[in-house]
Write a protein that binds this ligand. Structure first.
Ligand code: B1M
Length: 235
């Protein structure tokens, strides 16, 4: 019979077992264990990016599969999300820490009707780490929120996130409203979220679809450089 008192000591696990255990702990929504494990991996000289992608994002991917298949339900997934956020909270200052001069500004928010924010937060963190100033509008944003933020902060980039097939069409509402107001071309519009793809991003009139946070950083840098070159050759 298994000894019920037998506790797993995270610090005694090797890296591979610890990462596996983190996937299990994320699945079980064990916030403190996730925090402890993130700190252990940092002490073992793992990069914040590797901890984020290999332990946390991969763990959340597994949660997503069982959520889809009806094995996990909303309350359980909320606990997983909280544990994930606790891990991200530790990593955030390390990812964001950069002496680099600001390379641009981005306003980002999850669209109206949608409360998923882990992916958006991650994108914000990686963009900050790459030297962008990020204005995060949070979740459930109607078009007015985006427009107000564009006017107030004058960013180069507008980023929108949607995780639901029912909310992703709202991105077109935002882009169409920008067109009506004659301001669409003043901004680079980037969109992302698990159900999106390149074709969808073109259909809603965005400049690019960003598969993940790393791609968002590359795309943002690339499109800003192109814009600068264009302005230089026009002027
Ligand atoms: Co929700 N949920 N959820 N959920 N949830 C999904 C999205 C779902 C695919 C699960 C499933 O069935 N397999 C499914 C959507 C199905 C569909 O639309 N076809 C779903 C559903 C159905 C729902 C509810 C309707 C469930 C219900 O109530 N019955 C409900 C909706 C609530 C609402 O929004 N109105 C709901 C609720 C929730 C929770 C609250 C429990 C929780 C969210 C907690 C939170 O975010 N604070 C939750 C979660 C956690 C998920 C899953 C499991 C994980 C999402 C996540 O955080 N992934 C998700 C399953 C899945 O996606 N496979 C699921 C990790 C994150 C790092 O990845 O968000 O993809 P992701 O972000 C990536 C990229 O997409 C990209 O970069 C990020 C980092 O690399 N990216 C961008 C994202 N946004 C970007 C913006 C950019 C650029 C790149 O701008 C430039």
């Amino acid at each position: 019979m298994a000894d019920e008192d037998e506790e797993i000591v995270l610090s005694e696990l090797d890296d591979a077992d610890l990462v596996q255990q983190m996937h299990d702990d994320l699945y079980d929504g064990l916030k403190e264990e996730i925090e402890e494990a993130v700190n252990i991996l940092l002490a073992r000289d793992w990069t914040p990016y590797d901890i984020l992608t290999k332990a946390l994002v991969e763990g959340m991917r597994i949660v997503g599969i069982d959520f889809r298949d009806g094995i996990l339900f909303v309350p359980e997934v909320l606990l997983s999300a909280n544990a994930m956020k606790a891990g991200m909270f530790i990593l955030r200052p390390l990812l964001v820490e950069t002496g680099a001069p600001k390379v641009g500004k981005m306003v980002i928010g999850t669209v109206k009707g949608d409360i998923h924010d882990i992916g958006k937060n991650l994108v914000g963190m990686m963009m900050e780490g790459a030297g962008f100033e990020v204005i995060d509008l949070g979740i459930n944003n109607p078009v007015e929120n985006y427009l107000d933020a564009l006017e107030e902060h004058k960013p180069e980039i507008l980023g929108m996130s949607a995780l639901l097939t029912t909310t992703m069409p709202y991105m077109k509402v935002v882009v169409d409203t920008m067109k009506e107001k004659g301001i669409r071309d003043d901004y680079i519009v980037l969109v992302g979220g698990a159900p999106l793809n390149e074709e969808f991003s073109m259909a809603v009139g965005a400049d690019a679809y960003c598969r993940d946070a790393a791609v968002t950083v590359e795309t943002a840098k690339d499109l800003i450089a192109r814009r600068h070159n264009q302005l230089a050759s026009n002027g």
